[in-house]
Design a protein around this ligand. Structure first.
Ligand code: CP
Length: 316
């Protein structure tokens, strides 16, 4: 594997999941694979899990890690080709990415969408520039449209709790007071579609995801019907794609509650975190045995480490 920015970058998903399993069982068995190699973690936006789990994963493989918060600590970056840079932006991404690539063997990049310009966001300007100009493999730490490290971890976590029947996996929209990206939901759908699961997406009208991500999932506006007989409930808020970046509703009707979880087959509750308690999901669910979000977050180390193993083995 070279880059890891979307499912299409993974040449062999079963192999990557096998690597993840091996890493989980024996996290230090390849502790010299990354010797004399440096991982750069470039953050345009906030992070807790991705930042810490990526550092831990790299160190488990013997890598050095450099972390930079570009938005607060770096020069303001220009992304437009041919720009006359006589305003506020001090450095072009062509130069900045090339310099970062010269210091690092692999670059991780986090860059959220603007949620104001759908075409620009879905063109993945930042990630594309890093892939084009850095000269090294790029790992998405969450981009404008996808969060593949989260999705790989989610698949691994679901596989760890696989029931003795074909599971029903439900992605449910849930309310939130702020406009959030579609990235986690897009990506979760992208990674669920190839699995042998009954995959259902439920959301209020107006929150349809792009058809490329929905794939063959069943989509319903009836959240309670979706929850019936589910084995996994994955909650996430996202802003509207059709009325781009808008919050169309924020009432608590779509919050995940114990009463709704009772409709399921004692489903595991999942969320990428951070989560707003008693807005997205009720305390009674978060504090129940059905909640596996902490295990899910812990598995982020496994997901990143598996990705780094496959990239390091490829670059030699
Ligand atoms: N789930 C996730 O990516 O968490 P952070 O935003 O804290 O990294």
């Amino acid at each position: 594997m070279h880059h890891f920015t979307e499912l299409a970058d993974v040449p062999d998903l079963p192999h990557l999941l096998e690597t993840a399993k091996t890493v989980a069982q024996s996290p230090f068995s390849l502790d010299t694979l990354g010797r004399h190699k440096t991982l750069g973690l470039i953050f345009f936006n906030s992070s807790l899990r991705t930042r810490l789990s990526s550092q831990k994963a790299a160190r488990n493989l013997g890598m050095e890690v450099i972390v930079m918060n570009v938005s607060t600590d770096g020069w303001q970056l220009e992304f437009q080709d041919g720009a006359i840079m006589n305003q506020g932006k001090a450095e072009h991404i062509k130069d900045a990415a090339a310099v970062m690539g010269s210091y690092c063997d692999i670059l991780g990049v986090r860059s959220f969408p603007s949620l104001t310009d759908r075409d620009a966001d879905y063109a993945e300007q930042v990630l594309t520039a890093f892939k084009k100009y850095s000269g090294v493999p790029v790992v998405s730490l969450e981009s404008a449209t996808r969060h593949p490290l989260q999705s790989l971890t989610d698949v691994f976590t679901i596989q760890s709790h696989w029931p003795d029947h074909r599971p029903k996996v439900v992605l449910t929209w849930a309310p939130h007071p702020r406009a959030l990206p579609q990235a986690v939901a897009n990506s979760f759908a992208e990674w669920m579609n190839p699995l042998d699961v009954d995959f259902v997406i439920t959301h209020p009208e107006g929150y349809e995801l792009h058809a490329d991500f929905v794939g063959s999932a069943t989509v319903t506006h009836d959240q309670r019907a979706a929850f019936e007989q589910a084995d996994f409930i994955y909650a996430k808020n996202w802003s509207s794609y059709s009325e781009y970046g808008q919050i169309l509703r924020a009432d608590e009707e779509w919050m995940v509650t114990a009463e709704k979880m009772a409709l399921t087959r004692q489903a595991k509750f999942m969320h990428c975190l951070p989560v707003r308690r008693n807005v997205v999901v009720a305390d009674e669910v978060m504090d129940s045995a059905q909640n596996i979000t902490i295990e899910q977050a812990g598995n982020r180390v496994v997901g990143m480490q598996a990705v780094l193993v496959e990239i390091l083995q490829n670059i030699g």
